[in-house]
Design a protein around this ligand. Sequence first.
Ligand SMILES: [Zn+2]
Length: 262
Amino acid sequence: MTHAADNNPHTGGTNYNDSFPKIPALAVGIQDADKLAAAIGKNSNITLFIRSNAKMLADTIGHNVIGEIKGTEFPDEIITIGGHLDSWDPAEGAHDDGAGCVHSIEVLRALKAIGYKPKRTIRVVLFVNEENGLRGGNKYAEEAKAKNEKHLFALESDEGGFTPRGFGFTMPKEKLQKVRQWLPLLMPYGTFELNEGGGGADIGPLNRALGTPLAGLSPDSQRYFDFHHARSDVFEAVNKRELELGAVNMAALIYLVDKYGL
Ligand SMILES: [Zn+2]
């Protein structure tokens, strides 16, 4: 899952089907994979010694972290912006999804800093447990449904803190048509694509439960899999300026959705 010629294994979920034996699975780096392939190519009878210290720990309680600015005109109409707080074990998860959390918080901070008072309620949700079962996203949608909340729109950032290129949308055609008319207003910030299809794992349940229109930030994707779920996904791998650009593009889109509705 990487273009980089390094030796960082990229981890991820392993799912077992009960009708088959549970064979242990491990991720290896590209250089090790090449070494293995070359050795097996020379002698298909070689023996490989692998020791893994991995284990599953028991579940524990986690929480979504939520902050919002109440709408002045339509406080009952909620716009959710989010990323996920959890990450895989090998590193900090700076791109996946620290960047998305900072993007989301920054939208609220930026709107506040310019003195903008949103018409609708803008809510930032830092979702828990995206990587291992989506329980934060599922719980959020479950609560929204139980409380009969009106969710106008949800935006997620979970593709890294790289230079923004645009957004992907999951919503009815006529709504997407309306959003596409805003492209000239978003282009000065660096957005040049408003594509059909997109959202995010954490906000997906909201769409399934309530039909909420979704969008996902689409940053440049060339380097994401150099870091994704690997030990290289650290704070130092995030470029401050690229991160800021992602946040302002999200803030601009949220401003337009808040101002003109969907
Ligand atoms: Zn993620």
